[in-house]
Every structure is written in structure tokens, then in C-alpha cells.
Ligand binder design. Structure first.
Ligand code: GDP
Ligand code: IMO
Ligand code: MG
Length: 427
């Protein structure tokens, strides 16, 4: 297998984790390159379900190495909790299996406080962040006052950085938000133990990737969130704080862009969104309820109900362009079973014009009217289908229609949460 990038093409939760777990069989390294524990990736293997937030979704395959790149933001406490939970279930999480770049920025306690205070104080519509400190950590990275994983090697350096950060943060906490100041020693105590455990996992991620590639072995890059949550290309300001598109792999992992071969865009057979922001095809009726219930659409990180709607082709066209998607993996097709009629949003109407792509301009996506094409649904349960030929004609017609509209082949289909509920499309 050549190197593979897995990215979400919608607003996250497309089923990236399941697909990364599946593809790890053919890879040697699995690398996270952006985001943090705002992600929630659910893997189902037989009777066992694992929810991962930070550790790459390849971890269930013995012997495969998982890397956390410099582009990730890492909460040491969450990292340790996840390590312990996996170890308790018999998964090897030793330092030879999980390697963290010393350049990875660390989510500190004050980032989490600030994330929550900002949301509370925000006037107008809230972003609905996960409250995990993601935005404030990336802010400190850009402001060049961040704490990085490698800093945990020196308590003196760490203390100096916390002192520096708190001088400014405490002024905000007390004067602007009217809350309590944090003490340097308290912050240090809170992170020191888990930070020490991080140090055991530090290693040169960029070098590992280069060595693996030079040896002719395969690398799988695991994206988090989705294209329309990208800080630049998403529905700003209702976005996350990192670049989620495939172009960020090289910067966030430390490798050559020339190394990226197949770009797999994960497409859920309908659309979901957690948190605020425009969503043209959102449903507020019994069909929306069907998708939410049948799809088990609850956020894996915050437990919030996911908003549900029809498939949106303008959003997908843009995702394909932004990421250079070479193949589509279509997930959760089983959830559409039982719907008599399925609607596909083929374009938007805005000010009397018809658009094939999302309009460029803040807030404009909230003003478009979706233009729908209705196609027949199917009543059969397809969750036990194992081959293309097992699918009802209406389901294969739906897939072919997507391929025709998006001009990218659908190579893998997912019809249930389990690793085995997957259909490889015949070439
Ligand atoms: P991610 O963030 O992109 O990894 O996606 P999540 O794991 O947050 O959300 C996808 C949810 O759908 C999880 O609960 C998966 O177990 C589940 N899932 C994945 N693929 C399928 C599928 O094809 N059918 C069904 N019914 N569930 C799926
Ligand atoms: P995975 O990897 C879905 C959303 C939040 C919020 C916005 C900003 O599981 O697909 P943040 O905490 O990142 O500052 O929140 O982004 N969000 C996600 N929605 N799936 C995710 O990750 C998400 N990560 C962040 O709900 O609207
Ligand atoms: Mg998720």
C-alpha cells in the first residue's frame, strides 16, 4: 500500500477512526498530524468498542507504531488516561508503540479554563467548542508562548514558561472575566506527573516517517475533525483552530508533501454537525430524527446530540478540491435504510443565482437555500451486506450518482460500525 491520508470531508464524525483502524492492517506507521482531544474516534471490533481522542486509531493492531506529530495539541492528563484505559484492556501502549514529537504543543490547565470562559462570555452565537482548551493552546503556539512536550524534560524551563504565560492569563482571568487567578505551583503540580510520563514517549517523529518511507514501507496519516471545520477553509468562525485539510499533513507531521499518495475523503452518507454554525441541509423533522437515532448520532467527546441533514454536494465538491481527494470512502450507508425517499442537495440558491460550491464570504452559507434532487430509497437492512452485489439497486444507484457528481470513485463502503461491516468496491 502506498502512503494514505484519511480526512473528513464534512463537519467531522464521518467515521474516520473506523477506516483508519481498518487500513492499519496494511500500514507500518499511523500518524496524527493536527487537532487534539476534541476528536472522538469510535472503533468497534466484535464485542469490543474503543473510543479514542488522542492516540491514533491504529493502536489496536499489535506491532504497528502510532506517532503524534508536532501539529497536534496534546493534553497530558487525557493522554495518560487513554494509555491506562487501553493498557487495562490488554493493548500494548509502550513507548516503542506510541511516539510523540517534542515539538507537539501541550494543552495546559489554563487553556481549558480560557476555552470555557470565552464561550460563556461570547456575545452572539456561541461556537459550541468541546471545551478542551484546543483554541487557546493553538493561540499560544502562534503567540510563541506555548509549552511543548519536550519542555517536560526540564522542570526549570517548564516553570519559567508557566510563569510567563500566567502573567498575562491571570490578568485576563481576574480583570476581564472577573474570576480567580491561577498559581504557578498549582499549575505545575497538576501537569508534572502526566508530563513525566510523556517524556518516556518522546521521539523524532519526522525522522521515523522518513526512515519508514525510505525502507519502502507504508504510512497512514489520520486526520481529525472535517474539512468544513478547517480554521481557514471551514465555516469561520464556527470552526476548530487547526488546518484539517490534507495539505497540513506535511507541516503537522514533518514530512514531504511529495510523500502523500492516496487521499481518502471520508463521506458520511448524510451530513452531521456538532456545535453551532450554518448547516444548509439540516433537518428538523422525523427524517432528521431517523438519522439521529439510527445513526447513533451523539458526540463521542461531549455526548451532545449531533445535528443531522441530507447529503450536501456543494460542501463535498469543495472538500474534494481542497484536499485533492483521490478516493471516497462512503460510511453509514446502512443508516439510510428504511427511508422511502432520499434527498441529495445538488446546489444552493442564493439571491436568484444557483451555486455549485459554497459561497465565499462569512455568514453567506447561512443564507443559501438547498436545491434538492429526490432519489428512491430502499427498505432492506444492508448491515450484513459483504459484497457490492448484496446491495439493493437503489443503494448502488445512490453511490453511482455520487461518483458521477463528484467525479471521484467510491472505493470502500461502510455499512455498520464494526470493522467487518465494510465492503471493498470491486475495481
Ligand atoms: P470520526 O470522528 O470520524 O472517527 O467518527 P466517530 O467515531 O466520531 O463517529 C462515527 C460513529 O459512527 C461511531 O459511533 C462509529 O462507530 C459509527 N460508524 C462508523 N461507520 C459506520 C457505519 O458504516 N454504519 C453505522 N451505523 N455506524 C458507523
Ligand atoms: P472528530 O475528529 C465533530 C467542533 C466542535 C465545535 C468546533 C470547535 O471526532 O471528527 P473546538 O473544541 O475544536 O475548538 O470546537 O469544532 N468539533 C468537532 N465536531 N467532530 C470532531 O472531531 C470535532 N472537533 C471539534 O463541536 O463546533
Ligand atoms: Mg468523532
Amino acid at each position: 500500500m502506498s502512503n494514505v491520508v484519511v480526512v473528513g470531508t464534512q463537519w467531522g464524525d464521518e467515521g474516520k477512526g473506523k477506516i483508519v483502524d481498518l487500513l492499519t492492517e496494511n500500514a507500518d506507521l499511523v500518524v496524527r498530524f493536527q487537532g487534539g482531544n476534541n476528536a472522538g474516534h469510535t472503533l468497534v471490533v466484535g464485542e469490543k468498542t474503543f473510543i479514542l481522542h488522542l492516540i491514533p486509531s491504529g493502536i489496536l493492531h499489535p506491532g504497528k507504531v502510532c506517532l503524534i506529530g508536532n501539529g497536534v495539541v496534546l493534553d497530558p492528563e487525557v493522554f495518560c488516561r487513554e494509555l491506562d484505559a487501553l493498557a487495562a484492556r490488554g493493548v500494548d501502549v509502550g513507548p516503542e508503540r506510541i511516539v510523540i514529537s517534542p515539538k507537539t504543543h501541550v494543552i495546559m490547565p489554563y487553556h481549558k479554563v480560557l476555552d470555557k470562559l470565552r464561550e460563556e462570555k461570547r456575545t452572539g452565537e456561541k461556537i459550541g467548542t468541546t471545551g478542551r482548551g484546543i483554541g487557546p493552546c493553538y493561540e499560544d503556539k502562534a503567540a510563541r508562548v506555548g509549552v511543548r512536550a519536550g519542555d517536560f524534560r526540564s522542570k526549570n524551563l517548564l516553570r519559567a514558561k508557566i510563569e510567563h504565560a500566567l502573567a498575562e492569563k491571570n490578568a485576563l482571568f481576574t480583570h476581564f472575566f472577573g474570576g480567580q487567578a491561577l498559581k504557578v505551583d498549582d499549575v505545575l503540580d497538576e501537569v508534572l506527573e502526566s508530563g513525566r510520563r510523556l517524556v518516556g514517549h518522546l521521539g523524532d517523529v519526522s525522522e521515523r516517517i522518513a526512515e519508514t518511507a525510505a525502507a519502502g514501507r507504508s504510512i497512514l496519516f489520520e486526520g481529525a475533525q472535517g474539512t468544513h471545520l478547517d480554521i481557514d477553509h471551514g465555516t469561520y468562525p464556527f470552526v476548530t483552530s487547526s488546518n484539517t485539510v490534507a495539505g497540513n499533513v506535511a507541516a503537522g507531521a514533518g514530512c514531504s508533501p511529495g510523500m502523500l499518495g492516496r487521499i481518502l475523503g471520508i463521506v458520511k452518507a448524510y451530513t452531521t454537525r456538532v456545535g453551532s454554525g450554518p448547516f444548509p441541509t439540516e433537518l428538523f423533522d422525523t427524517v432528521g430524527e431517523h438519522l439521529q437515532q439510527q445513526g447513533g448520532e451523539f458526540g463521542a467527546t461531549t455526548g451532545r446530540k449531533r445535528r443531522c441533514g441530507w447529503l450536501d454536494l456543494p460542501l463535498l465538491r469543495e472538500s474534494i478540491r481542497l484536499n485533492g481527494v483521490t478516493e471516497i470512502v462512503l460510511t453509514k450507508l446502512d443508516v439510510l435504510s428504511g427511508l422511502e425517499r432520499i434527498r441529495i442537495c445538488t446546489g444552493y440558491a442564493l439571491d436568484g443565482r444557483e451555486l455549485r460550491y459554497p459561497p465565499q464570504g462569512e455568514g453567506l452559507l447561512a443564507e443559501v437555500q438547498p436545491i434538492y434532487d429526490d432519489v428512491p430509497g430502499w427498505s432492506e437492512d444492508i448491515s450484513t451486506a459483504t459484497t457490492w452485489d448484496d446491495l439493493p439497486d437503489a443503494a448502488t444507484a445512490y453511490i453511482r450518482r455520487l461518483e458521477q457528481e463528484l467525479k471521484v470513485p467510491v472505493t470502500i463502503l461502510s455499512v455498520g460500525p464494526d470493522r467487518r461491516q465494510t465492503i471493498q468496491r470491486p475495481a
